[in-house]
Ligand binder design. Structure first.
Ligand code: AMP
Length: 218
C-alpha cells in the first residue's frame, strides 16, 4: 500500500484536530500536528520550547526552517512509514514546497480543506478548552472544563494562551495572508477537496472519509 499522506487545511478552530484524530484512527496513520509538537516542547521547557513560546502565545508563526526540520524528523519515525495526517503543516508556501521535496514521488495524496466562517471560528476558539496531556478538546461549559480534569486521561484541562481575543485576531490574519495561498497551490495539483466545516462533527468526518474513498486512497 503506498503511503497515505494527507494535508488537512482550515482556519484555527475549524475542527482540524478533532477530525485528524478520527481519521488517524480510521486509517492507522499518525496525526502529526506541528502545533502539538511545539506545545510539548514549550511544556517540557526544552531550548526549542523557550525559543518559540512567546511567538506562539502571540499567535504568530515560528520560522519555516524550524518547522520544516521538525516535520523532517517526524517523518523518520517508524509509525510514519504508512503515511501521516498533517495538521497545521504546511502553513506557508515555502513549507508546502519543502514538504514536496521531502516526500518526493510518494507525496501528498489529498489536501482536505475544512471551510468555516470567521464568526464560527471566533466563537469556537474563545469557548475552547484543551487537555494538556492528550489534546482532547472541550467547551467551556463541559464538566471537564469546569473541573479542570480530562475524563479521557486525567490531565489538566486549560485554555490555550493563544485562544485569547487578541491572539485569535492575529492568527486569523496570519491564516489569510500566509496559509490561504496554499489552497491555490494544492488546487493546481488537482489535490484540493473543500468540505463544509460548519456541519456537525460526524457529517464532517463522513465527508472527509468519502473524499478519501472516492479517490481509492483507503
Ligand atoms: P496550531 O495548534 O496548529 O494552531 O499551532 C499553534 C501555534 O504553533 C501557531 O500559532 C504557530 O505559532 C505555531 N505553529 C504551528 N504550526 C506551525 C507551522 N507549520 N508554521 C509556523 N508556525 C507554526
Amino acid at each position: 500500500m503506498p503511503r497515505l499522506n494527507l494535508v488537512v487545511l482550515g482556519k484555527q478552530g475549524a475542527g482540524k484536530g478533532t477530525q485528524c484524530k478520527r481519521l488517524s484512527d480510521a486509517y492507522g496513520i499518525p496525526h502529526v500536528s506541528t502545533g502539538d509538537i511545539l506545545r510539548a516542547a514549550v511544556k517540557a521547557g526544552t531550548p526549542l520550547g523557550e525559543e518559540v513560546a512567546a511567538i506562539m502565545d502571540a499567535g504568530a508563526l515560528v520560522s519555516d526552517d524550524l518547522v520544516n526540520r521538525l516535520v523532517d524528523e517526524r517523518f523518520k519515525e517508524p509509525d510514519a512509514k504508512r503515511g501521516a495526517l498533517l495538521d497545521g503543516f504546511p502553513r506557508t508556501l515555502p513549507q508546502a514546497e519543502a514538504l514536496e521535496e521531502l516526500l518526493g514521488d510518494d507525496g501528498i495524496k489529498l489536501c482536505l480543506n475544512l471551510e468555516v466562517s470567521n464568526e464560527r471560528v471566533i466563537e469556537r476558539l474563545s469557548t475552547r478548552r484543551v487537555c494538556q496531556e492528550c489534546g482532547n478538546i472541550y467547551k467551556d461549559t463541559d464538566i471537564e472544563a469546569i473541573s479542570g480534569t480530562c475524563s479521557n486521561c486525567g490531565g489538566d484541562v486549560i485554555q490555550r494562551k493563544d485562544d485569547t481575543p487578541e491572539a485569535i485576531a492575529t492568527r486569523l490574519g496570519v491564516y489569510e495572508r500566509d496559509t490561504e495561498p496554499l489552497l491555490a497551490f494544492y488546487e493546481s495539483r488537482g489535490l484540493l477537496v473543500v468540505v463544509n466545516g460548519d456541519q456537525e462533527m460526524d457529517e464532517v468526518t463522513a465527508a472527509l472519509e468519502a473524499a478519501v474513498h472516492e479517490r481509492g486512497l483507503a
